[in-house]
Design a protein around this ligand. Sequence first.
Ligand code: F6P
Length: 351
Amino acid sequence: MADRITIGILTGGGDCPGLNAVIRAVARRSFDRGDAAIGVREGWRGLVEGKLAELGRQEISGILPRGGTILGTSRTNPYTIEGGVERVLATVGEAGIDALVAVGGEDTLGVAARLHAEHGLPVVGVPKTIDNDLSATDYTFGFDTAVSIATEAIDRLHTTAESHNRVMVVEVMGRHTGWIAVMSGIASGADVILIPEHPITVEAACEEIRRRHARGKDFSIVVVSEGYELTTASGERAAVARPPAATDQFGHARLGGVGELLGREIEERTGFETRVTVLGHVQRGGTPTARDRVLATRFGLKAADLVKEGRFGTMAALHGDAIVAVPLAEAVAGLKTVPAEWYEVARAFFG
Ligand code: F6P
């Protein structure tokens, strides 16, 4: 690597709390070394369309506790845009970007891994997503904040459920995996938790609620992950997506609505009055928890170090308590799903 380099920073995919902490850490470490940083606006779209932003000490001042991303984000996939990849490479060259730090989940980092493998793009990844479903890292930043927000919301629903003797169904995010549902459900003492990886049936969920009522508990808290497919004992399974059915540039449908359907089923089958709350993007907004700020900061410093060492095609990852480097390709090879042991912890408190 040249003595003084310019590092581009890009945040892609769904935003999450902690992105600004990463930007700050990458930039601070770069400035301290005499390197320069440049912001790429709106994820991969910024490199396709040449949208860049100045990133000096002024721009990163005061952003550590701020939610969202000062660079903006998008779900743009250059591989689905005619000439997109060529434009990305051209922008990198024209802007004098010597190395890129891509902060994202499976989609953003999937593009980074491919650009590195196919075109030698000098890129280092940082694992972000409230869903916590990225492989090769124990945790992604953003997840802890989302779980905290969901837990607080469920605590609040608990008290009103109890006052009214109602079943409260809470739909939380998690596109392919039930990490948020399981963790917030365990933390808030949920009576039933439904997730895509270990789909119990609607009948089984109703049975748990009835069992609880038979024990004299007149209210119940049911947490359902948006990716749970409504599953019945007859073997039917239906994924629930919101209209329009159109998918994004990575082929993902817009999820949401399973809570409403489940709530209706529970009320009809058990006769217990049921209400539904969809937490939605509240889980992604606002200030990061202290844990996420620290994790994002450590990831950012590591990414800047990996760049300086020329270790491209890697990603900063958390293993136990240590921040390590893993191959980007490994991180995006498959999703990290909720293992049976974790679901068993949740299950111990059902009914
Ligand atoms: O991947 C993060 C996530 O929040 C998922 O949990 C959710 O399904 C999706 O993004 C929502 O995406 P959008 O912000 O495009 O509605």
